[in-house]
Design a protein around this ligand. Structure first.
Ligand SMILES: C[S@@+](CC[C@H](N)C(=O)[O-])C[C@H]1O[C@@H](n2cnc3c(N)ncnc32)[C@H](O)[C@@H]1O
Length: 221
């Protein structure tokens, strides 16, 4: 498969944040205005279920949707989307950009991950968002995600590893490779790429330790 996922453009207003809740997300969205869908999202598209009948509705969840670029791309492909973000500014930006013909297929929630009841979904996308889950809530949040993905449905998302410059920041979750592999015990991985390298953020040099995952849930026996 084409691997086009290696560039992560990550900007936070203040690199010296000590806990996730201090991040100025509106500044992040502003810096990335007009961005393209994330490479990981684009790479997941060929693995997504396709509509089998006129009546079938394909349902996606965009967790930590931010400005909603990926939600808009799914709506444009005819999907029904639940877009969730804890930042009200994110949902306001998304709502302001949705074409009127797509609004009936979009539901939005301003909520933290741990408060969500997720619908059964053909695709759950979590682009650079799950690392901002509180560590003591991560297992429960992941259990809900893994349950929500329908058999043959797809999960695509990023996890941060322990070598990342931000490891240890309060309010953030980090996984080892073994941890990530354990999360996907009921899935078949199409991609599990471990990025462990120095790189840039607009706020300055940073070490990126990121797992990029695309996986399909196994059909139940
Ligand atoms: C790095 S941004 C990624 C946004 C978008 N998915 C993208 O790829 O640009 C992380 C997003 O997760 C949201 N977020 C952070 N912690 C969250 C939480 N506990 N519950 C829900 N959303 C959260 C932030 O508000 C932010 O929009």
């Amino acid at each position: 498969m084409r691997l086009s996922l290696f560039t992560i453009c990550f900007v936070v207003g203040d690199a010296s944040f000590s806990r996730a809740s201090e991040i100025a997300w509106e500044e992040y969205y502003r810096q990335l205005e007009g961005r393209s869908p994330r490479p990981l999202f684009v790479d997941a598209l060929p693995f997504l279920p396709v509509q089998q009948t006129e009546e079938q509705t394909l349902v996606a969840v965009d967790l930590g949707c931010g400005d909603g670029t990926e939600t808009l791309a799914l709506l444009a492909r005819g999907w029904t989307v639940l877009a969730v973000d804890a930042a009200p500014e994110a949902i306001a930006r998304l709502r302001a950009s949705v074409p009127s013909g797509d609004t009936a297929r979009l539901t939005t929630f301003v909520a933290p991950f741990h408060e969500l009841e997720l619908p059964n979904a053909d695709f759950v996308y979590a682009g650079l968002s799950l690392p901002f889950c509180e560590p003591d809530e991560f297992d429960d949040v992941w259990r809900r995600i893994a349950t929500a993905v329908r058999p043959r449905g797809v999960f695509a998302g990023h996890f941060f590893g322990p070598h990342d410059s931000w490891a240890g920041k309060a309010g953030m979750s980090f996984q080892t490779r073994d941890d990530v592999e354990a999360l996907f015990r009921d899935f078949d991985a199409h991609l599990l790429y471990e990025q462990d390298e120095d790189g840039a953020a607009v706020s300055g040099p940073k070490h990126w330790h990121v797992f990029h995952v695309i996986a399909s849930k196994r059909a139940s026996k």
